[in-house]
Design a binder for this molecule. Structure first.
Ligand code: SAH
Length: 212
């Protein structure tokens, strides 16, 4: 159920769904998604669906993780400093890890943060730096960032996050309410921000404050 054949089938599904970046597909084939979820759900790990991770949150659907990674990279092989908002179980962080120099991932729910941090450490994702924080503030002392990936949907794009984008940097972010969201890509060119409206999205809401 976690065999290479099962994973290869997932990769074929991702291709069929329109993922084209071969490096991203290769990482999706090797990242052990079953180690990021509860053992009782492990037999669903290589299906293209979100799954519960506790505290009312979900591990993102593999398509979504692959798509956001591909969008963030655009035509680049690698990015320098990247901020991820919404660590969840750490799966998206693991997929991003091989493509970035340093990944800073923030989560607002303490038990999820603790678990993801230990898991990423045990699995030797050493360039992922986790912190417990409200991602709405970004991480001003670690930025500016070449990429920002937001895994929860705010009603409007937080201005603070835009300001932490490096010149030439890109942010991939879902925006909207519980029923209707759109995935946006915001690129910074000096003081200009160009927004591209990409596709429908379905993420958990972006919430303020830290929950212990
Ligand atoms: N990509 C993750 C799934 C993320 S689910 C994975 O692969 O598992 C979205 C996560 O965003 C949830 O864990 C939620 O607690 C977190 N979140 C929501 N609003 C946030 C905020 N303002 N700051 C930090 N984390 C936030």
């Amino acid at each position: 159920m976690t065999s290479q054949r099962t994973r290869d089938r997932l990769v074929q599904r991702l291709r069929d769904a329109g993922i084209t970046n071969e490096q991203v597909l290769a990482v999706m084939a090797t990242t052990p998604r079953h180690l990021f979820i509860d053992e009782a759900l492990a037999h669903h790990a290589y299906e293209d669906t979100p799954l519960p991770i506790g505290h009312g949150q979900t591990i993102s659907q593999p398509y979504t993780v692959a798509r956001m990674t591909e969008l963030l990279l655009a035509d680049q092989q690698r990015l320098g400093r990247v901020l991820e908002v919404g660590t969840g179980c750490g799966y998206q962080s693991a997929v991003l890890s091989p493509f970035v120099d340093q990944l800073y991932s923030v989560e607002r729910i303490e038990p999820l943060y603790q678990r993801a941090r230990n898991r990423l450490y045990d699995l030797r994702y050493r360039n992922v730096n986790c912190s417990l924080s409200d991602g709405g503030w970004g991480l001003p002392d670690k930025g500016p960032f070449d990429g920002i990936l937001v895994a929860a949907a705010p009603e409007v794009v937080p201005e603070t996050l835009k300001q932490q984008l490096a010149d030439g940097g890109r942010m991939v972010i879902p925006v909207g309410g519980r029923k209707k969201q759109r995935l946006l890509m915001i690129s910074r060119d000096g003081d200009e921000f160009v927004t591209r409206d990409l596709e429908d999205a379905l993420f958990v809401p972006f919430l303020a404050g830290v929950q212990r």
